[in-house]
Design a protein around this ligand. Structure first.
Ligand code: PEP
Ligand code: MG
Length: 702
């Protein structure tokens, strides 16, 4: 057995990201790996267990490793912890004092101890407590947060989860374990089916929520704790609910918004299994539907991703929740499924009686209660217009996106895999403007081999036929560590080693990927693109790698482009243009770096608007420089599908818009209705504005 005395010096302790790195690393070894903090010892192969330790910054932990590869594991784990598990170190003082405390066996534990917490059975299903809110009057228009766009008009259904009745009778260890196993495997099957169902209506990243749920169900610490409770004489359902509650509660208390989301995932999946164990029906709208046969707008305290994914679009027009955030899985799913949603409307909406008529506007984030007849007529007209618009866009999806005065814009897709490539062709994409290759590298313990990558790129190239596909080289690092890479610790991940910087620092990654892309290129029309280029030096180094590999493999040249997403690249676009075949502007990153606002910041992200005139000026400069050198420019950030941005981007002279797959038909339809000369006027006016709000208020829509 190997034992390590270590100190966690990550500033936020062992929170989700470093815990994930630790778990992924521990899982690579056959040995058992346990981590102890204070008086609690858990498997280091369990994310949930590590999170529930609540290890804070400067806290000592002991890791013990037992098995055939223990020496190797000990070395790797010690190095990874010392290097900050993908994050920056704290001061040495706190490190040393905690280390001393660890050696004396009295490491401080500033997390939450849950050994003694016991959860009452009645608390298992989240129950909404008594709500004290002012009753809402007819005609009130509640301003909440826009969750997913679209208008819904109809009666509400107050949706509440039914309490699950649990059988406490213990029928013997073997029986209870079998009962648990059966429920777990049914839950796994349900999650696979749910994933498939979501894949039909949305794309892979949304469906991946259910992979997270499946991982949670297989978590060794969770299963170990439940098995232990059963062996101690508890019925499977009681053991399961107690452990889920303890672990979800422990994670939620760590006061980290990202972890809070994991806690709700754990509760969601926990309830699924509990229902199976208790033989309880899932909360369903069917009873209400059978009585009314009327599509409804669901109003709930909160909804889980499972509940949202299971809503039948024929029965549910949209939903409104009292709590929740725009970036929670539920809202992301609603957008992907095209279900209008208003979130965080406050507890007063829970006072509304089932059957109350409302108008839900998921674009404005409002809920109008018992509207007057004229408001209903106006909403229905707007809704009808929206539907016609979508239907028209779908029916004409294959037509080219050419403005009324003859300016042609290529509309291509941002994709993350083969599935989306196939959907993109069906929806009329002129090609793929951005293949995010990260999907091939994440959620694994080793980098994919050249042959694995080759097979995927070839399939995508073949799926797109003669249409071009831009393969972006790996854009990872900083906030997205790969556990199998010894990434440097980062104080400020978005300003650290990411994108092309990381690939140049780890040339074997880039070389393998380039070989795979070059080999696959002859199966279609592949182009290559580098992310995060900040200057010509990086570009030249990356191009040199391509040239060397191409000569070695004796393959024909390939078109090479770069993303313009760092302000320095936009400012140097005139010189860079001479060294590439094309530019693609990544407005997501360009906006965050121009405005100095983290694109994932919980309060700033909404202000990080790509229609800020500063960003538009950088885009204008890039387009001018490219065109002067005879090169074309695309936009592949989210801005490219923003209906207010499309005329401005077209007016600025952008040649290609690369958008998410579901947006392709509507963006093409919008372009076909535009007048290029007017777009140019709009663009000029936008460039003269002082703020993003002024640009948006400028009514540049045509
Ligand atoms: C961007 O930054 O705009 C972009 C398209 O790249 P990503 O969102 O993958 O960083
Ligand atoms: Mg980017």
């Amino acid at each position: 057995m190997q034992e390590l005395d270590l100190v966690i010096h990550n500033s936020a302790g062992l929170h989700a990201r470093p815990a994930r790195v630790l778990v992924d690393l521990a899982k690579q070894f056959k040995s058992t790996v346990h981590i102890r903090a204070g008086n609690k010892r858990v498997s280091a192969k369990s994310m949930i267990a590590i999170l529930t330790l609540g290890v804070g910054c400067g806290q000592a932990v002991q890791i013990d490793i037992n098995g055939e590869d223990e020496a190797l594991a000990a070395e790797a784990l010690a190095t990874a912890v010392r290097e900050g598990l993908g994050e920056g170190p704290e001061t040495h003082d706190s490190v040393n004092s905690a280390l001393a405390a660890a050696r004396n066996g009295n490491g401080t534990h500033n997390g939450h101890s849950h050994a003694e917490s016991s959860i009452a059975v009645a608390d298992v299903v989240p129950v909404i407590g008594p709500i004290r809110a002012e009753p809402i009057k007819a005609g009130a228009n509640i301003q909440a947060i826009a969750g997913a766009p679209g208008i819904a008009v109809g009666p509400i259904l107050r949706y509440e989860r039914a309490r699950i009745e649990i059988n406490h009778t213990f029928s013997g260890v073997d029986n209870e374990l079998q009962h648990l196993q059966a429920a777990l495997s049914t839950a796994q099957q349900q999650l696979v089916a749910l994933r498939e169902q979501v894949l039909l209506r949305a794309d892979a990243s949304e469906a991946a929520i259910f992979d997270v749920h499946r991982d949670l169900l297989a978590d060794p610490a969770l299963l170990e704790a439940v098995h232990g409770a059963i062996q101690a004489g508890q019925a499977a359902a009681v053991a399961w609910q107690t452990v889920i509650n303890q672990q979800a509660e422990a994670i939620a208390q760590l006061d980290d918004p990202l972890l809070a989301e994991r806690a709700s995932d754990l509760r969601d999946v926990g309830e699924r299994v509990l229902r199976l164990l208790a033989g309880a029906e899932a909360a369903s709208l069917d009873e209400h539907w059978a009585k009314t046969k009327q599509p409804m707008i669901v109003v709930a305290y909160d909804l889980t991703p499972s509940e949202t994914a299971a809503f039948d679009p024929a029965k549910v027009l949209g939903f409104c929740t009292a709590v929740g955030g725009p970036n929670a899985h539920t809202a992301i799913l609603a957008r992907a499924l095209g279900l209008p949603a208003v979130i965080s409307a406050g507890p007063s909406v829970l006072e509304l009686a089932t059957g109350t008529e409302v108008i839900l506007d998921g674009t404005a984030g409002t809920l109008l209660i018992s509207p007057a007849a004229e408001a209903i007529t106006a909403a229905k007209t707007a809704q009808q217009r929206e539907r016609e618009h979508k239907a028209l866009a779908m029916s004409s999806a294959k037509l080219p996106a050419t403005t009324v005065d003859g300016q042609h814009i290529e509309v291509v897709a941002n994709i993350g895999g083969l599935n989306e490539a196939q959907q993109a062709t069906t929806l009329g994409a002129d090609g793929v403007g951005l293949l995010r290759t990260e999907f091939l590298f994440l959620e694994r313990t080793q980098a994919p081999t050249e042959d694995e990558q080759f097979a995927t790129y070839r399939e995508i190239a073949q799926a797109m036929g003669a249409a071009p596909v831009i393969v972006r080289t790996l854009d990872i690092g900083g906030d997205k560590p790969l556990p199998y890479l010894a990434l440097p610790t980062e104080e400020n991940p978005f300003l650290g080693e990411r994108g092309i910087r990381l690939c140049l620092a780890h040339p074997e990654l880039l070389q393998t990927q380039v070989r795979a892309i070059l080999r696959a290129a002859s199966f279609g029309r592949l182009r290559i693109m580098f992310p995060m280029i900040a200057d010509a030096g990086e570009l030249r180094a990356a191009k040199a790698e391509i040239e060397r590999i191409r000569a070695e493999l004796q393959l024909p040249p390939i078109e090479i482009g770069i993303m313009i997403e760092v302000p320095s690249a936009a400012l140097m676009a005139d010189l860079l243009a001479n060294e590439v075949d094309f530019f693609s502007i990544g407005t997501n990153d360009l906006t965050q770096y121009t405005l100095a606002m983290d694109r994932t910041h919980p309060t700033l992200a909404a202000q990080a608007d790509g229609l800020h005139p500063a960003v538009l000026r950088l885009i204008a400069r890039t387009v001018e420089a490219a065109h002067a050198a005879g090169k074309w420019v695309g936009v592949c950030g989210e801005l490219g599908a923003d209906p207010q941005a499309v005329p401005i981007l077209v007016g600025l002279g952008v040649d290609e818009l690369s958008v998410s797959v579901p947006a392709i038909p509507t963006v093409k339809a919008q372009i076909r209705a535009l007048n290029f000369a007017q777009c140019q006027t709009s663009a000029r006016r936008a460039l003269a504005c002082a703020t993003a709000a002024e640009v948006r208020q400028g009514a540049f829509d045509q």
